[in-house]
Design a protein around this ligand. Structure first.
Ligand SMILES: [Zn+2]
Length: 197
């Protein structure tokens, strides 16, 4: 979402959670601006509709409201990611059903059975703040790993390793590990994960 869309979500969210407005007012203008900017950085890669739906789910009690206000963007991000992931799976299934000449059963892995993700050691480095988005300083630590897909093609590989791809645990690399954007995706993924833990 862009900043205007974020502002729309923020208005929605604070309208649902009234006490938040008071909390922001007490922070003072500068701290409030900094905090809203930080929230935007966490949420900017999300879809506006997913974030709005996450707010609804928190408001109606389907999802648990975080105890600390600092954790709100991380909670919204985690719910939104889950919604987006579920939607992508539904879309994949739909495409598979509707495309008669489609020869790929799993569009997530193209039937390879594996998905490229950041290595746990690199995730840990990101969690420790040792993995910034600057490609000149972190090449040595930018490891990736193949993770068994959840589809049929990943069955054999998954049984061997004893784990499967899970969007909450693994940060998938859509491009290559040398893309700066992918590095920032990881930094944000880890920050959100730490936030909701
Ligand atoms: Zn697959």
């Amino acid at each position: 979402m862009n900043r205007a869309e974020f502002d729309e979500w923020f208005r929605d969210h604070t309208a649902c959670f009234r006490s938040l407005s008071d909390w922001f007012a007490k922070l003072g203008a500068q701290r409030a601006t900094e905090t809203v900017d930080a929230w935007f950085r966490v949420l900017r890669r999300l879809d506006l509709e997913d974030a709005k739906r996450a707010t609804e789910l928190l408001f109606d009690g389907t999802e648990t409201e975080p105890k600390s206000r600092d954790k709100i963007p991380a909670a919204v991000a985690a719910i939104s990611r889950r919604l987006a992931s579920r939607r992508r799976q539904d879309e994949d299934r739909e495409r598979w059903r509707s495309a008669g000449d489609e020869t790929v059963a799993c569009l997530a892995c193209n039937d390879s059975g594996s998905r490229l993700c950041w290595h746990p050691a690199t995730m840990q480095a990101a969690a420790d703040g040792r993995f910034p988005g600057d490609p000149t300083t972190c090449d040595g630590a930018a490891y990736c790993v193949s993770v068994p897909c959840t589809c049929k093609a990943g069955d054999h590989f998954g049984r061997q390793l004893g784990y499967r791809f899970d969007p909450e645990k693994w940060c998938e690399i859509a491009g290559t590990r040398y893309d700066e954007d992918e590095r920032w995706q990881l930094v944000e993924f880890v920050r959100q994960r730490v936030g909701v833990a």
